[in-house]
Design a protein around this ligand. Structure first.
Ligand code: GTP
Length: 495
């Protein structure tokens, strides 16, 4: 089961639970069983799944919940927290300091993507102003040094290795020494990978580690490793002091569960994920946004990062400015609704927009949701400018609500419902407060060339896959006319 499917199954289980009139023991059990099944199918270790189920049941005691509590919310939050806990070992990994030399050693099985990831890691830091260097201590695989050399040359990163020397410990020691003298602040040591967990590999790793005294050991793991992930990761952890995990090939047909198991086995956080063979197909990994996305709750920070990356300042409406001041008004909600309706039945894309996914646009009920949004807009058409532009909920007193209901020909209950929806969204969007907006012109080059290629980088890989890959995205963009509209939907673009 690929990650997108796992996310889908979990979201469906939560949705089904939300649809039930009463949430009792039976409904909760069904929901938890459904989620557990999805996690097991995704290769999460059985014990972890069982623990999660027990923990949630401990937190969510239906009898103890006082009447009036929102049980659904509590259950959803408990599931969110437990999934985050699985991925969060509770301590951050070693923090590199720019300007101060750090040695980082990469370990992992053969073919896990170690060599590629070393370069991606170096390139990522180089772009952020570090002075990285690569040392190839893989003397086992013929061609490993050539591969590293080729990658390093492409990225203009200094490298060290040898065709003649067969002792990896010696190469590692010499390489680290040389780059320390050259004042590199990030020295990356690539080690050999082997097919199986051979004792010799672990012994060699230990020796390289002893000789180079790394500040951080990163375990690189192929995301398709499956149920074996826990044991593999633990075996590495027992030999060297693994301090962080990088999961590669998240773009393929990966079973995401292995990543969760590796975190549990190494008690170390996942710090990056690899999403392709290219140098820049590498993303910082954050637990909460990842789980949010998995649960269809939207990925707020990822979404904002992407806005920063792609929305050119000269096209950015005052929307971002208003939001950065913490002003989510009914007018903004109205404009977002307009954007949603313009997009038609492509609900999936909304999974990244916090608040606009599950509750407003449940999967399979898009038509119904659209009708609801239109009703909301009709009611908002009966509002005054003062009401639309205010972010003060107290303004909407009884007489105003009655007037809006009369004016739009809708029942008072629906006006209240619309205002509730506004409050829900305003709460989510209030997180925009303090948002840093890129300086004028900062992104203009990107804007000129905005095309499907760029959008494919903007969208998270799981979502891209749901849309149908590059082909699907191109169709989608053709359907929409221009990428500007897409940006508009994301809260930017011309309006
Ligand atoms: N699709 C995809 N391919 C990747 C990713 N990371 C690495 N690869 C590919 O995986 C293959 C193996 O990567 P290497 O970097 O050679 O693996 P390695 O772990 O260094 O291998 P050994 O040196 O033999 O231990 C290569 O074809 C890479 O291009 C990724 O995130 N996505």
């Amino acid at each position: 089961m690929v990650l997108a499917q796992l996310g889908g199954s979990i979201s469906r289980a939560l949705q089904q639970m939300s649809n039930a009139t009463i949430i009792d023991e039976k409904v909760l059990n069904e929901c938890l069983n459904e989620i557990s099944r999805a996690l097991l199918q995704s290769d999460v270790q059985f014990k972890m799944v069982r623990d999660m189920q027990v923990n949630i049941k401990k937190i969510v005691n239906l009898d103890d919940l006082a009447a009036g509590h929102n049980k659904r919310k509590i259950i959803q939050q408990a599931i969110f927290n437990e999934l985050c806990k699985m991925l969060d070992p509770g301590k951050p990994s070693y923090t590199l300091k720019k300007g101060k030399t750090s040695v980082v050693m990469f370990v992992g099985l053969q073919g896990s993507g170690k060599t590629t990831t070393c370069t991606k890691y170096a390139y990522y830091h180089q772009k952020k102003g570090w002075k990285p260097a690569l040392v190839c201590a893989d003397t086992f695989r013929a061609g490993a040094f050539d591969q590293l050399k080729q990658n390093a040359t492409k990225a203009k990163i200094p490298f060290y290795g040898s065709y003649m020397e067969s002792d990896p410990v010696k190469i590692a020691e010499e390489g680290v020494e040389r780059f320390k003298k050259e004042n590199c602040d990030l020295i990356i040591v690539d080690t050999s990978g082997r097919h199986k967990q051979e004792a010799a590999l672990f012994e060699e790793m230990r020796q390289v580690s002893e000789a180079t005294k790394p500040d951080l050991v990163i375990f690189v793991m192929d995301s398709s490793i499956g149920q074996a992930a826990f044991d593999q990761a633990q075996a590495f952890k027992q030999s060297v002091a693994v301090g962080a995990v990088i999961v590669t090939k998240m773009d393929g047909h990966a079973k995401g569960g292995g990543a969760l198991s590796a975190v549990a086995a190494t008690k170390s956080p996942v710090i990056f994920i690899g999403t392709g063979e290219h140098m820049d197909e590498f993303e910082v990994f954050d637990v909460k946004p990842f789980v949010s996305r998995l649960l269809g709750m939207g990925d707020w920070s990822g979404f904002m990062d992407k806005i920063h990356e792609v929305v050119p300042m000269d096209q950015q409406p005052e929307l971002l400015q208003k939001l950065s001041e913490g002003n989510f008004t009914l007018r903004i909600m109205y404009e977002q609704f307009q954007n949603i309706l313009k997009m038609g039945p492509i609900g999936q894309v909304f999974s990244m927009i916090p608040g606009f996914s599950q509750e407003l646009m449940p999967k399979g009920r898009e038509k119904e949701s659209q009708a609801r949004i239109k009703r909301f807009m009709t009611m908002m058409d009966s509002m005054t400018n003062e009401e639309l532009d205010s972010s003060n909920p107290k303004l909407m007193n009884e007489s105003r609500i009655m007037r809006i209901a009369r004016g739009s020909g809708r029942p008072v209950r629906e006006v209240m419902e619309m205002l509730e929806e506004y409050k829900r969204l305003a709460k989510i969007w209030s997180k925009m407060k303090g948002l840093k907006i890129p300086k004028k012109g900062e992104m203009s080059a990107l804007s000129r060339n905005m095309n499907a290629q760029h959008m494919s980088k903007v969208l998270p890989p799981q979502m891209l896959k749901q849309i149908g890959g590059m082909g699907g995205l191109q169709n989608l963009m053709k359907q929409m006319g221009s990428s500007k509209e897409m940006m508009g939907m994301f809260g930017g673009g011309d309006r």
